[in-house]
Design a protein around this ligand. Structure first.
Ligand code: MSP
Length: 487
Protein backbone atom coordinates (compact mmCIF):
# COMPACT_ATOMS: atom_id res chain seq x y z
CA UNK A 1 0.00 0.00 0.00
CA UNK A 2 1.16 3.53 -0.75
CA UNK A 3 2.46 5.58 2.16
CA UNK A 4 0.05 8.16 3.43
CA UNK A 5 0.89 11.77 4.20
CA UNK A 6 -1.51 13.81 6.31
CA UNK A 7 -0.71 17.51 6.59
CA UNK A 8 -2.69 20.28 8.29
CA UNK A 9 -2.72 24.05 8.70
CA UNK A 10 -4.28 25.88 11.64
CA UNK A 11 -7.96 26.66 11.33
CA UNK A 12 -7.95 30.43 10.92
CA UNK A 13 -10.44 32.71 12.61
CA UNK A 14 -13.12 33.69 10.12
CA UNK A 15 -13.98 36.94 11.86
CA UNK A 16 -12.56 38.84 8.88
CA UNK A 17 -11.28 38.26 5.38
CA UNK A 18 -7.88 36.54 5.27
CA UNK A 19 -4.70 38.60 5.39
CA UNK A 20 -1.33 37.64 4.00
CA UNK A 21 -0.26 35.88 7.20
CA UNK A 22 -3.19 33.51 6.81
CA UNK A 23 -1.97 32.47 3.39
CA UNK A 24 1.54 31.70 4.59
CA UNK A 25 1.24 28.35 6.38
CA UNK A 26 -1.34 27.22 3.85
CA UNK A 27 1.05 27.90 0.97
CA UNK A 28 3.87 25.99 2.66
CA UNK A 29 1.51 23.10 3.34
CA UNK A 30 0.47 23.11 -0.29
CA UNK A 31 4.06 22.77 -1.48
CA UNK A 32 4.53 19.74 0.74
CA UNK A 33 1.19 18.21 -0.23
CA UNK A 34 2.07 18.48 -3.92
CA UNK A 35 5.57 17.15 -3.34
CA UNK A 36 4.24 14.07 -1.54
CA UNK A 37 1.53 13.48 -4.16
CA UNK A 38 4.25 13.40 -6.82
CA UNK A 39 5.85 10.58 -4.89
CA UNK A 40 2.60 8.64 -5.18
CA UNK A 41 1.75 8.92 -1.52
CA UNK A 42 -1.85 9.01 -0.38
CA UNK A 43 -1.98 12.66 0.63
CA UNK A 44 -4.62 14.37 2.72
CA UNK A 45 -4.16 18.10 3.02
CA UNK A 46 -6.46 19.86 5.45
CA UNK A 47 -7.12 23.52 6.06
CA UNK A 48 -10.15 25.39 7.36
CA UNK A 49 -11.54 28.02 9.64
CA UNK A 50 -12.46 28.54 13.28
CA UNK A 51 -15.87 30.14 13.09
CA UNK A 52 -16.86 30.21 16.74
CA UNK A 53 -16.29 32.50 19.68
CA UNK A 54 -17.11 35.76 21.34
CA UNK A 55 -15.24 37.95 18.89
CA UNK A 56 -17.22 36.66 15.93
CA UNK A 57 -20.47 36.89 17.88
CA UNK A 58 -19.73 40.49 18.74
CA UNK A 59 -18.71 41.46 15.23
CA UNK A 60 -21.80 39.86 13.69
CA UNK A 61 -23.98 41.80 16.11
CA UNK A 62 -22.29 45.05 15.09
CA UNK A 63 -22.97 44.25 11.45
CA UNK A 64 -26.56 43.23 12.16
CA UNK A 65 -26.11 39.71 10.81
CA UNK A 66 -25.85 36.28 12.40
CA UNK A 67 -22.46 34.77 13.25
CA UNK A 68 -23.18 32.10 10.67
CA UNK A 69 -23.72 34.71 7.97
CA UNK A 70 -20.62 36.62 8.97
CA UNK A 71 -18.41 33.55 8.86
CA UNK A 72 -19.98 32.25 5.65
CA UNK A 73 -19.04 35.53 3.99
CA UNK A 74 -15.46 35.43 5.24
CA UNK A 75 -15.03 31.74 4.53
CA UNK A 76 -15.99 32.50 0.92
CA UNK A 77 -13.05 34.95 0.85
CA UNK A 78 -10.69 32.34 2.27
CA UNK A 79 -11.79 29.85 -0.36
CA UNK A 80 -11.48 32.40 -3.13
CA UNK A 81 -7.98 33.33 -2.00
CA UNK A 82 -6.91 29.70 -1.79
CA UNK A 83 -8.23 29.04 -5.24
CA UNK A 84 -6.16 31.89 -6.64
CA UNK A 85 -3.11 30.66 -4.75
CA UNK A 86 -3.59 27.18 -6.26
CA UNK A 87 -4.05 25.63 -2.82
CA UNK A 88 -4.78 21.96 -3.36
CA UNK A 89 -6.41 21.11 -0.03
CA UNK A 90 -8.43 17.90 0.05
CA UNK A 91 -10.95 19.22 2.54
CA UNK A 92 -11.92 22.49 4.16
CA UNK A 93 -13.08 22.03 7.75
CA UNK A 94 -15.06 24.64 9.67
CA UNK A 95 -15.65 24.14 13.34
CA UNK A 96 -19.21 25.38 12.83
CA UNK A 97 -19.77 22.37 10.57
CA UNK A 98 -22.37 20.33 12.44
CA UNK A 99 -22.04 17.38 10.12
CA UNK A 100 -18.27 16.91 9.85
CA UNK A 101 -16.99 18.51 13.02
CA UNK A 102 -19.44 18.57 15.90
CA UNK A 103 -19.98 14.82 16.36
CA UNK A 104 -16.23 14.21 16.62
CA UNK A 105 -15.57 17.18 18.88
CA UNK A 106 -18.29 16.00 21.24
CA UNK A 107 -17.12 12.39 21.06
CA UNK A 108 -13.63 13.53 22.01
CA UNK A 109 -15.01 15.53 24.93
CA UNK A 110 -16.88 12.50 26.22
CA UNK A 111 -13.76 10.40 25.90
CA UNK A 112 -11.82 12.90 28.03
CA UNK A 113 -14.63 12.82 30.61
CA UNK A 114 -14.50 9.01 30.65
CA UNK A 115 -10.76 9.09 31.30
CA UNK A 116 -11.42 11.37 34.26
CA UNK A 117 -9.45 14.27 32.83
CA UNK A 118 -12.32 16.74 32.74
CA UNK A 119 -13.75 18.25 35.93
CA UNK A 120 -15.81 21.30 36.88
CA UNK A 121 -14.49 24.17 38.95
CA UNK A 122 -14.48 27.94 39.45
CA UNK A 123 -12.37 29.99 37.08
CA UNK A 124 -10.88 33.40 37.63
CA UNK A 125 -9.00 34.96 34.78
CA UNK A 126 -8.15 37.82 32.49
CA UNK A 127 -9.82 37.31 29.16
CA UNK A 128 -8.72 39.07 25.97
CA UNK A 129 -11.51 39.04 23.40
CA UNK A 130 -8.99 39.89 20.66
CA UNK A 131 -6.89 36.79 21.37
CA UNK A 132 -9.96 34.70 22.26
CA UNK A 133 -8.03 33.48 25.26
CA UNK A 134 -7.18 34.00 28.89
CA UNK A 135 -3.93 35.84 29.53
CA UNK A 136 -1.67 35.71 32.55
CA UNK A 137 -0.49 38.86 34.36
CA UNK A 138 2.98 38.19 32.96
CA UNK A 139 1.78 38.41 29.39
CA UNK A 140 0.37 41.92 29.84
CA UNK A 141 2.17 45.17 29.07
CA UNK A 142 0.93 48.10 31.18
CA UNK A 143 -2.09 46.02 32.06
CA UNK A 144 -2.96 45.57 28.39
CA UNK A 145 -2.74 42.74 25.89
CA UNK A 146 0.38 43.59 23.84
CA UNK A 147 -1.11 42.22 20.62
CA UNK A 148 -4.41 44.04 20.87
CA UNK A 149 -3.49 47.02 22.98
CA UNK A 150 -6.59 46.62 25.11
CA UNK A 151 -7.27 45.67 28.71
CA UNK A 152 -8.48 42.12 29.22
CA UNK A 153 -11.79 41.51 31.01
CA UNK A 154 -11.73 40.16 34.58
CA UNK A 155 -13.79 37.02 34.55
CA UNK A 156 -15.07 34.77 37.38
CA UNK A 157 -17.18 31.81 36.32
CA UNK A 158 -17.80 28.06 36.42
CA UNK A 159 -15.78 26.15 33.83
CA UNK A 160 -14.85 22.63 32.99
CA UNK A 161 -11.13 22.04 33.29
CA UNK A 162 -8.81 19.59 31.60
CA UNK A 163 -6.18 17.93 33.80
CA UNK A 164 -3.15 19.03 31.84
CA UNK A 165 -1.20 18.83 35.11
CA UNK A 166 -1.39 15.03 34.84
CA UNK A 167 0.77 15.07 31.77
CA UNK A 168 3.75 17.30 32.57
CA UNK A 169 6.37 14.53 32.74
CA UNK A 170 5.01 12.58 29.83
CA UNK A 171 4.92 15.67 27.61
CA UNK A 172 8.47 16.62 28.51
CA UNK A 173 9.67 13.17 27.43
CA UNK A 174 7.67 13.31 24.23
CA UNK A 175 9.19 16.61 23.17
CA UNK A 176 12.67 15.81 24.47
CA UNK A 177 12.83 12.48 22.64
CA UNK A 178 11.34 13.77 19.37
CA UNK A 179 8.31 11.49 19.67
CA UNK A 180 6.69 14.58 18.22
CA UNK A 181 9.48 16.15 16.23
CA UNK A 182 9.44 19.93 16.62
CA UNK A 183 10.85 22.16 13.89
CA UNK A 184 12.83 24.35 14.25
CA UNK A 185 15.06 23.00 17.00
CA UNK A 186 15.15 26.25 18.98
CA UNK A 187 11.39 26.08 19.47
CA UNK A 188 11.78 22.58 20.84
CA UNK A 189 14.16 23.96 23.42
CA UNK A 190 11.71 26.70 24.34
CA UNK A 191 9.02 24.10 24.86
CA UNK A 192 11.22 21.97 27.06
CA UNK A 193 12.10 24.91 29.24
CA UNK A 194 8.40 25.80 29.47
CA UNK A 195 7.53 22.25 30.54
CA UNK A 196 10.28 22.29 33.15
CA UNK A 197 7.65 23.94 35.36
CA UNK A 198 4.57 21.98 36.32
CA UNK A 199 1.75 22.51 33.87
CA UNK A 200 -1.53 23.90 35.13
CA UNK A 201 -4.96 22.55 34.28
CA UNK A 202 -6.69 24.48 31.52
CA UNK A 203 -10.18 25.84 31.14
CA UNK A 204 -12.05 23.84 28.51
CA UNK A 205 -15.50 25.44 28.57
CA UNK A 206 -17.35 28.70 29.14
CA UNK A 207 -20.86 29.44 30.32
CA UNK A 208 -23.33 29.55 27.48
CA UNK A 209 -24.41 33.09 28.28
CA UNK A 210 -20.80 34.28 27.84
CA UNK A 211 -20.05 32.42 24.62
CA UNK A 212 -23.23 31.35 22.90
CA UNK A 213 -21.75 30.70 19.45
CA UNK A 214 -19.84 27.50 20.15
CA UNK A 215 -20.23 23.74 20.41
CA UNK A 216 -22.38 22.61 23.35
CA UNK A 217 -20.67 20.58 26.06
CA UNK A 218 -22.25 17.12 26.02
CA UNK A 219 -24.66 16.56 28.90
CA UNK A 220 -24.53 20.11 30.25
CA UNK A 221 -27.03 22.63 28.97
CA UNK A 222 -25.26 25.54 30.62
CA UNK A 223 -21.78 25.19 29.11
CA UNK A 224 -20.19 25.52 25.68
CA UNK A 225 -16.76 24.29 24.65
CA UNK A 226 -13.95 26.78 24.75
CA UNK A 227 -11.37 26.70 21.95
CA UNK A 228 -9.22 23.65 22.77
CA UNK A 229 -11.62 20.83 22.28
CA UNK A 230 -13.60 22.59 19.58
CA UNK A 231 -10.62 23.83 17.55
CA UNK A 232 -7.75 21.38 18.00
CA UNK A 233 -10.12 18.49 17.44
CA UNK A 234 -10.59 19.60 13.81
CA UNK A 235 -7.49 17.62 12.90
CA UNK A 236 -9.25 14.38 13.75
CA UNK A 237 -12.89 15.21 13.03
CA UNK A 238 -12.13 16.28 9.45
CA UNK A 239 -10.78 12.82 8.66
CA UNK A 240 -13.65 10.98 10.26
CA UNK A 241 -13.18 10.73 14.02
CA UNK A 242 -16.55 9.95 15.59
CA UNK A 243 -18.09 9.48 12.15
CA UNK A 244 -15.96 7.38 9.79
CA UNK A 245 -13.55 5.24 11.78
CA UNK A 246 -12.09 3.52 8.75
CA UNK A 247 -11.04 6.75 7.10
CA UNK A 248 -9.80 8.09 10.40
CA UNK A 249 -7.63 5.06 11.03
CA UNK A 250 -6.18 5.19 7.54
CA UNK A 251 -4.99 8.80 7.95
CA UNK A 252 -4.29 9.44 11.61
CA UNK A 253 -1.76 10.36 13.03
CA UNK A 254 -0.94 13.57 11.21
CA UNK A 255 2.49 13.58 9.63
CA UNK A 256 2.85 17.36 9.96
CA UNK A 257 0.90 20.07 11.71
CA UNK A 258 2.03 23.45 10.40
CA UNK A 259 1.25 26.22 12.89
CA UNK A 260 2.46 29.71 13.73
CA UNK A 261 4.92 29.94 16.62
CA UNK A 262 2.27 31.77 18.65
CA UNK A 263 0.11 28.67 18.82
CA UNK A 264 2.88 26.08 19.12
CA UNK A 265 2.31 25.50 22.83
CA UNK A 266 -1.30 24.57 22.26
CA UNK A 267 -0.27 22.09 19.61
CA UNK A 268 2.76 20.65 21.35
CA UNK A 269 1.34 20.56 24.88
CA UNK A 270 -2.45 20.71 25.17
CA UNK A 271 -3.20 18.77 21.98
CA UNK A 272 -0.88 15.82 22.69
CA UNK A 273 -2.19 15.60 26.25
CA UNK A 274 -5.75 15.41 24.91
CA UNK A 275 -4.72 12.72 22.44
CA UNK A 276 -2.99 10.64 25.09
CA UNK A 277 -6.01 11.00 27.34
CA UNK A 278 -8.30 9.85 24.53
CA UNK A 279 -6.01 6.92 23.69
CA UNK A 280 -5.09 8.26 20.26
CA UNK A 281 -1.74 8.35 18.47
CA UNK A 282 0.39 11.50 18.50
CA UNK A 283 1.20 13.63 15.45
CA UNK A 284 4.65 12.88 14.03
CA UNK A 285 5.90 16.42 13.66
CA UNK A 286 5.03 20.07 14.11
CA UNK A 287 6.50 22.93 12.13
CA UNK A 288 6.15 26.19 14.03
CA UNK A 289 6.64 29.04 11.60
CA UNK A 290 7.72 32.56 12.34
CA UNK A 291 5.35 35.40 11.60
CA UNK A 292 5.19 37.72 8.68
CA UNK A 293 5.77 41.14 10.05
CA UNK A 294 4.71 44.42 8.61
CA UNK A 295 5.46 47.76 10.22
CA UNK A 296 7.60 45.80 12.67
CA UNK A 297 4.61 43.98 14.20
CA UNK A 298 2.67 40.80 13.66
CA UNK A 299 0.14 41.36 10.94
CA UNK A 300 -3.26 41.60 12.51
CA UNK A 301 -6.60 43.09 11.68
CA UNK A 302 -6.77 44.70 15.09
CA UNK A 303 -3.46 46.49 14.58
CA UNK A 304 -4.47 47.69 11.13
CA UNK A 305 -1.23 46.67 9.41
CA UNK A 306 -2.54 43.87 7.25
CA UNK A 307 -1.47 43.38 3.67
CA UNK A 308 -4.24 42.37 1.31
CA UNK A 309 -3.14 39.19 -0.42
CA UNK A 310 -5.64 39.76 -3.23
CA UNK A 311 -3.92 43.03 -4.06
CA UNK A 312 -0.52 41.33 -4.28
CA UNK A 313 -1.92 38.54 -6.42
CA UNK A 314 -3.60 40.89 -8.85
CA UNK A 315 -0.38 42.85 -9.27
CA UNK A 316 2.20 40.11 -9.42
CA UNK A 317 0.34 36.85 -9.87
CA UNK A 318 -0.27 34.06 -7.39
CA UNK A 319 2.97 32.27 -8.18
CA UNK A 320 5.01 35.31 -7.22
CA UNK A 321 3.39 35.24 -3.78
CA UNK A 322 4.08 31.52 -3.37
CA UNK A 323 7.63 32.03 -4.57
CA UNK A 324 8.29 34.90 -2.18
CA UNK A 325 6.78 33.07 0.80
CA UNK A 326 8.68 29.90 0.29
CA UNK A 327 12.05 31.19 -0.82
CA UNK A 328 12.44 34.62 0.71
CA UNK A 329 10.58 34.20 3.99
CA UNK A 330 12.22 31.87 6.48
CA UNK A 331 9.76 29.53 8.14
CA UNK A 332 12.03 29.41 11.16
CA UNK A 333 11.99 33.07 12.20
CA UNK A 334 9.92 36.23 11.79
CA UNK A 335 10.33 38.04 8.50
CA UNK A 336 9.58 41.61 7.62
CA UNK A 337 7.84 41.81 4.30
CA UNK A 338 8.79 44.77 2.17
CA UNK A 339 7.57 45.74 -1.24
CA UNK A 340 11.14 46.35 -2.40
CA UNK A 341 12.18 42.85 -1.39
CA UNK A 342 9.16 41.40 -3.08
CA UNK A 343 9.73 43.20 -6.36
CA UNK A 344 13.45 42.53 -6.32
CA UNK A 345 12.85 38.80 -5.95
CA UNK A 346 10.18 38.87 -8.64
CA UNK A 347 12.24 40.71 -11.20
CA UNK A 348 15.60 39.16 -10.34
CA UNK A 349 14.61 35.53 -10.14
CA UNK A 350 11.29 35.00 -11.84
CA UNK A 351 11.41 37.50 -14.71
CA UNK A 352 15.16 37.53 -15.38
CA UNK A 353 16.12 34.13 -14.03
CA UNK A 354 13.49 31.58 -14.90
CA UNK A 355 11.42 33.63 -17.37
CA UNK A 356 14.43 34.56 -19.52
CA UNK A 357 15.80 31.07 -19.61
CA UNK A 358 12.47 29.60 -20.70
CA UNK A 359 12.10 32.22 -23.45
CA UNK A 360 15.66 31.66 -24.64
CA UNK A 361 15.55 27.88 -24.78
CA UNK A 362 12.11 27.65 -26.32
CA UNK A 363 12.84 30.32 -28.89
CA UNK A 364 15.76 28.22 -30.09
CA UNK A 365 13.71 25.02 -29.97
CA UNK A 366 10.82 26.56 -31.85
CA UNK A 367 13.10 27.95 -34.53
CA UNK A 368 15.44 25.03 -35.07
CA UNK A 369 13.86 21.77 -33.92
CA UNK A 370 11.54 19.91 -36.27
CA UNK A 371 9.65 18.14 -33.50
CA UNK A 372 8.99 18.76 -29.80
CA UNK A 373 11.49 17.39 -27.34
CA UNK A 374 10.08 14.57 -25.28
CA UNK A 375 10.19 14.92 -21.54
CA UNK A 376 12.49 12.45 -19.82
CA UNK A 377 10.79 9.42 -18.35
CA UNK A 378 9.86 9.64 -14.67
CA UNK A 379 12.78 9.59 -12.33
CA UNK A 380 13.33 10.23 -8.67
CA UNK A 381 13.78 13.69 -7.23
CA UNK A 382 17.38 14.53 -6.36
CA UNK A 383 18.25 13.73 -2.73
CA UNK A 384 19.29 17.27 -1.90
CA UNK A 385 15.98 18.69 -3.05
CA UNK A 386 13.95 15.98 -1.29
CA UNK A 387 15.89 16.35 1.92
CA UNK A 388 15.34 20.12 1.90
CA UNK A 389 11.57 19.74 1.57
CA UNK A 390 11.39 16.93 4.10
CA UNK A 391 13.00 19.18 6.69
CA UNK A 392 11.02 22.31 5.76
CA UNK A 393 14.03 24.13 4.33
CA UNK A 394 11.88 25.33 1.47
CA UNK A 395 14.36 27.97 0.34
CA UNK A 396 17.00 25.30 -0.24
CA UNK A 397 14.70 23.42 -2.60
CA UNK A 398 14.29 26.62 -4.60
CA UNK A 399 18.04 27.31 -4.41
CA UNK A 400 18.63 23.86 -5.86
CA UNK A 401 16.37 24.58 -8.84
CA UNK A 402 17.88 28.02 -9.34
CA UNK A 403 21.34 26.46 -9.44
CA UNK A 404 20.07 24.27 -12.27
CA UNK A 405 18.75 27.40 -13.96
CA UNK A 406 22.16 29.09 -13.71
CA UNK A 407 23.91 25.97 -14.95
CA UNK A 408 21.71 25.85 -18.00
CA UNK A 409 22.24 29.56 -18.60
CA UNK A 410 25.98 28.97 -18.37
CA UNK A 411 25.84 26.03 -20.72
CA UNK A 412 24.05 28.10 -23.35
CA UNK A 413 26.59 30.90 -22.95
CA UNK A 414 29.44 28.42 -23.27
CA UNK A 415 28.21 26.17 -26.07
CA UNK A 416 26.44 28.92 -28.04
CA UNK A 417 23.95 26.57 -29.74
CA UNK A 418 22.35 29.56 -31.55
CA UNK A 419 25.73 30.06 -33.34
CA UNK A 420 26.66 26.38 -33.74
CA UNK A 421 23.36 25.63 -35.46
CA UNK A 422 24.28 27.99 -38.29
CA UNK A 423 27.63 26.27 -38.90
CA UNK A 424 26.70 22.68 -38.11
CA UNK A 425 22.98 22.21 -38.15
CA UNK A 426 22.88 18.69 -36.67
CA UNK A 427 25.30 19.49 -33.86
CA UNK A 428 23.40 22.70 -33.02
CA UNK A 429 20.07 20.90 -32.96
CA UNK A 430 21.51 18.28 -30.66
CA UNK A 431 22.64 20.89 -28.14
CA UNK A 432 19.29 22.69 -28.32
CA UNK A 433 17.42 19.43 -27.70
CA UNK A 434 19.66 18.70 -24.72
CA UNK A 435 19.00 22.17 -23.29
CA UNK A 436 15.27 21.68 -23.78
CA UNK A 437 15.41 18.37 -21.98
CA UNK A 438 17.25 19.99 -19.13
CA UNK A 439 14.57 22.68 -19.00
CA UNK A 440 11.96 19.95 -18.74
CA UNK A 441 13.75 18.57 -15.69
CA UNK A 442 13.73 22.04 -14.17
CA UNK A 443 9.98 22.24 -14.81
CA UNK A 444 9.50 18.92 -13.02
CA UNK A 445 11.36 20.16 -9.98
CA UNK A 446 9.20 23.28 -10.06
CA UNK A 447 6.00 21.27 -9.92
CA UNK A 448 5.31 21.75 -6.18
CA UNK A 449 7.19 25.05 -5.98
CA UNK A 450 5.53 26.93 -8.87
CA UNK A 451 2.80 24.61 -10.14
CA UNK A 452 1.39 26.90 -12.80
CA UNK A 453 4.76 27.87 -14.28
CA UNK A 454 5.81 24.24 -14.19
CA UNK A 455 2.75 23.25 -16.20
CA UNK A 456 3.16 26.10 -18.68
CA UNK A 457 6.80 25.23 -19.30
CA UNK A 458 6.12 21.54 -19.81
CA UNK A 459 3.25 22.24 -22.17
CA UNK A 460 5.37 24.70 -24.13
CA UNK A 461 8.13 22.13 -24.50
CA UNK A 462 5.70 19.47 -25.67
CA UNK A 463 4.19 21.92 -28.17
CA UNK A 464 7.63 23.20 -29.19
CA UNK A 465 6.45 26.74 -28.77
CA UNK A 466 7.77 29.62 -26.68
CA UNK A 467 5.17 30.61 -24.04
CA UNK A 468 3.93 34.18 -23.93
CA UNK A 469 5.04 36.26 -21.01
CA UNK A 470 5.55 33.66 -18.32
CA UNK A 471 6.44 36.34 -15.77
CA UNK A 472 5.62 39.78 -17.14
CA UNK A 473 8.13 42.50 -16.44
CA UNK A 474 6.80 45.10 -14.01
CA UNK A 475 5.94 48.45 -15.45
CA UNK A 476 7.39 51.20 -13.25
CA UNK A 477 3.88 52.53 -12.82
CA UNK A 478 2.71 49.32 -11.20
CA UNK A 479 4.10 50.50 -7.89
CA UNK A 480 2.19 53.69 -7.65
CA UNK A 481 -0.59 53.51 -5.14
CA UNK A 482 0.45 49.95 -4.41
CA UNK A 483 0.33 48.45 -0.97
CA UNK A 484 2.98 49.83 1.34
CA UNK A 485 4.67 46.89 2.91
CA UNK A 486 7.85 48.32 4.34
CA UNK A 487 8.15 49.38 7.96
N1 MSP B 1 -8.04 29.54 15.58
C1 MSP B 1 -6.72 29.52 16.11
C2 MSP B 1 -5.95 28.32 15.62
C3 MSP B 1 -6.53 27.00 15.98
S1 MSP B 1 -5.66 25.70 15.23
C4 MSP B 1 -6.42 24.34 15.84
C5 MSP B 1 -5.97 30.78 15.68
N2 MSP B 1 -6.42 31.41 14.60
S2 MSP B 1 -5.71 32.72 13.99
O1 MSP B 1 -6.48 33.06 12.82
O2 MSP B 1 -5.57 33.72 14.98
O3 MSP B 1 -4.30 32.30 13.58
C6 MSP B 1 -4.10 31.19 12.77
C7 MSP B 1 -2.69 31.07 12.35
O4 MSP B 1 -2.33 32.16 11.53
C8 MSP B 1 -1.68 31.00 13.48
O5 MSP B 1 -0.79 29.94 13.22
C9 MSP B 1 -0.93 32.28 13.36
O6 MSP B 1 0.39 32.11 13.74
C10 MSP B 1 -1.03 32.50 11.87
N3 MSP B 1 -0.77 33.86 11.56
C11 MSP B 1 -1.50 34.95 11.94
N4 MSP B 1 -0.84 36.07 11.54
C12 MSP B 1 0.31 35.71 10.91
C13 MSP B 1 1.35 36.39 10.30
N5 MSP B 1 1.38 37.70 10.26
N6 MSP B 1 2.35 35.66 9.73
C14 MSP B 1 2.32 34.28 9.71
N7 MSP B 1 1.36 33.62 10.27
C15 MSP B 1 0.35 34.30 10.92
O7 MSP B 1 -4.98 31.09 16.31
Amino acid sequence: MADKFYITTPIYYSNAVPHLGHAYATTLADILARFHRLQNEEVFFLTGTADHGQKIEKKAKEEGITPQELTDKNVASFKDLYEKLEISNDFFIRNSDKKHHWPGAQALWKKLVDTGDIYKGPYEGLYCVGCEKFLTEKELEDGKCPDHNQEPEKVVEENYFFRLSNYTDQLRDIIQNDVIRIYPEHRKNELISFISNDLEDVSFSRPKEKVGWAIPVPNDEAQNMYVWCEELSNYITAIGYGRDEEKFNSLWPADVHIVGKDILRFHAIIWPAMLISAGLLLPKSILATGLIISDGRKMSKTLGNVIDPQELISRYGAEAVRYYFARHVSPFSDSNLTMEGFEEAYTGNLVNGLGNLVARVLKMAETHLDAPTEGPSQEEFPAEYTEALNTFRFNEAYDFVWRKISELDERIARDEPFRVVKENKEKGKEIIAECTKELYLIARLLNPLLPEASKTIKEAILANKKPENLFPRLAEASREGGPRLES
